[in-house]
Design a protein around this ligand. Structure first.
Ligand SMILES: [Zn+2]
Length: 151
């Protein structure tokens, strides 16, 4: 079964990171692995619910903390209440965040990456990763809804 193979891979990743493997941690890691963008702890809870594999929010927070400490996870603070989490694979992604609905759109821009690397080189510091967050007034979806309201 493909699922089984994937779980084995995740199990190995966790073991390598010296994290004790539990069912909840496997599920949380898998959700993050399949995510197209960063997730909040509540997003993870909702997805686990849809998968009929509900994981309580306390377990999610403690697992995320473990993953983060082990260097598997990147944590972004969006505002006072919310934090976004993603596996390290999104390290060089930039993202638009809609001020209206909170939707996140990730994108890659090699020019931005290059510029940041040049900036670091000029400052004589080693570039590790970047996470550019651009807050926008409204995303395309919200703009669409506004237009509808007007007409
Ligand atoms: Zn929006």
């Amino acid at each position: 079964m493909q699922d089984r193979q994937e779980f084995n891979e995740i199990r190995d990743t966790l073991r390598q990171a010296k994290i004790k493997v539990t069912h909840a941690r496997l599920v949380i890691y898998r959700i993050l692995k399949h995510a197209k963008h960063e997730l909040t702890a509540y997003d993870i809870e909702n997805i686990s619910l849809k998968m009929n594999d509900r994981i309580n929010i306390g377990t999610i927070y403690s697992s995320l903390k473990l993953f983060q400490t082990a260097g598997l996870l990147q944590r972004y603070k969006v505002d006072m209440e919310q934090a976004l989490f993603s596996l390290k694979q999104f390290d060089h992604y930039s993202r638009f965040i809609c001020n209206h609905c909170g939707a996140i759109e990730t994108f890659e821009d090699s020019e931005i990456d290059q510029r940041l690397k040049t900036l670091c080189a000029n400052k004589q510091v080693a570039y590790v990763a970047s996470s550019l967050i651009i807050n926008i007034e409204s995303c395309e979806k919200c703009k669409g809804e506004n237009d509808k309201n007007v007409s």
